[in-house]
Design a protein around this ligand. Structure first.
Ligand code: NAD
Length: 252
């Protein structure tokens, strides 16, 4: 049984933590004792998230920068590491989605989607790995998607990016496994967050529920629980894996 405050001595960085799934993960890791770095481009929402966690007795700081911009990311990480020292847990959660039909996806859409969903996780992972390897403990969790495993209409850029994130998970995992650092991925199904609502509003809710064997949306809490498992001591021997949190979608 893991200690409920098992991350007391640790710093966790969660991208996209001002909203939806990332916000839930930030709250849950703070509850387990971690000092949480909320990285997001939405400054007011990131500050509000940090304040809410602090008000609940946790420790959190907001860091506002655009993950699509590699220079801003590097400068943002300089500032973050100067403030907190090092990162012990990295959750690459931020992501963007679009629904453009495959033949109409522009180069700009493609590049931006890959920048946020693939390149930023790669750069952040490279940045935090040396300290994790030196201390022989680290946890990296990448939030991919069922779209990275199964094709869906209008998901050319998004699905390709999420598949790349799954491949990247394995690539990093095998190179750092011997130093006690695990790298795993989550592939959520349809999660009730602002992203899902921005895609289809509530009008298509029944469609999603029909294709999910559990016939309901996933909650941010259910995704966060899987992320927390990968961060725990119980998962110390699990690396390079992708866990579907999808109510049976990929099995159907
Ligand atoms: P969300 O839109 O509610 O939150 C995403 C957060 O990321 C926002 O706070 C946003 O400001 C931030 N963000 C986006 N682009 C950024 C950038 N360039 N720089 C910094 N911050 C940026 O989304 P969500 O539903 O919570 O999704 C979180 C992750 O889960 C994403 O990677 C998404 O692809 C994945 N996912 C979501 C679902 C779903 O149904 N909601 C399903 C599968 C996977």
């Amino acid at each position: 049984m893991d200690n409920p405050k098992q991350h007391q001595q640790r710093v966790a960085l969660i991208t996209g933590a001002a909203s939806g799934i990332g916000l839930q993960i930030a709250h849950d890791l703070a509850e387990q004792g971690a000092m949480v770095c909320i990285v997001d481009r939405n400054g007011p929402a990131a500050e509000a998230a940090a304040q809410a966690i602090t008000a609940a007795g946790g420790r959190a700081q907001a860091f506002v920068f655009d993950l699509a911009d590699a220079q801003a990311l590097a400068a943002g990480m300089d500032a973050l590491l100067a403030r907190v020292g090092q990162v012990d847990i990295l959750v690459n959660n931020a992501g963007i989605v679009s629904t453009t039909p495959a033949r109409d996806v522009t180069l700009a859409q493609w590049n931006t989607t890959l920048a946020v969903n693939v390149t930023a996780p790669m750069l952040l992972t490279q940045r935090v790995l040396p300290a994790m390897q030196a201390q022989r403990w680290g946890r990296i969790v990448n939030v991919s998607s069922i779209s990275g495993v199964r094709a869906g209409t209008g998901r050319l850029a998004y699905g390709s990016s999420k598949a790349a994130l799954i491949a990247m998970t394995g690539q990093f995992a095998i190179e750092v496994a011997a130093q006690g650092v695990t790298v795993n991925a989550i592939a959520p199904g349809f999660v009730d967050t602002p992203m899902l609502r921005s895609l289809h509003g509530s009008s298509k809710a029944s469609t999603y529920q029909d294709v999910c064997p559990m016939q309901r949306f996933c909650s941010p809490q259910e995704v966060s629980a899987a992320v927390l498992f990968f961060c725990s001591e119980a998962a110390a021997f699990i690396t390079g894996q992708t866990l579907g949190v999808d109510g049976g979608y990929l099995a159907s």
